[in-house]
Structures are given as structure tokens and as C-alpha cells.
Design a protein around this ligand. Structure first.
Ligand SMILES: [Zn+2]
Length: 74
């Protein structure tokens, strides 16, 4: 018995769907992890809300001094 390409496709569709779902899940997880790492290594200027180096003393965008601002880390 010879299967037509459409029948083969229909048989494989559920497996492809599972693989696709897992792939998307892993991708979303990676993106979330990367964003978390990025946010941990940066902080926002309280004045202009731009992302800065956590060691920054003066905001490089609005030139506001940040020494009184203690970032929430950990
Ligand atoms: Zn700023």
C-alpha cells in the first residue's frame, strides 16, 4: 500500500505540532531568561527611565547624579 503525500503529512501533523510547541516553549523560556539576565545587569535611571550600567554614577542620558539611588539587586 502506498501512501499519498497528503496522508503522510496528516499522519505526521500531530508530531510536528508537538515538536513545534516544544520549540516555541524553549524559545520563550530562553527569551525570558535572557531578559532576566539583562535586567539584572542593568538598572533604570529614576529620572529618565533609561537603562544604565549598575555602576553608573551619573546618568549618561539626562546627566542626573545617581549616587543617592541604590539599585534593587539580588
Ligand atoms: Zn537619566
Amino acid at each position: 500500500m502506498i501512501f499519498s503525500p497528503l496522508e503522510i503529512l496528516l499522519c505526521l501533523a500531530p508530531f510536528m505540532l508537538i515538536v513545534f510547541t516544544i520549540g516555541v516553549g524553549l524559545y520563550a523560556q530562553n527569551v525570558a531568561l535572557a531578559r532576566k539576565e539583562f535586567e539584572r545587569d542593568t538598572r533604570k535611571c529614576p529620572n529618565c527611565q533609561k537603562l544604565l550600567n549598575p555602576e553608573a554614577y551619573i546618568c549618561r542620558f539626562c546627566r542626573k547624579e545617581l549616587h543617592e539611588y541604590i539599585p534593587a539587586r539580588g
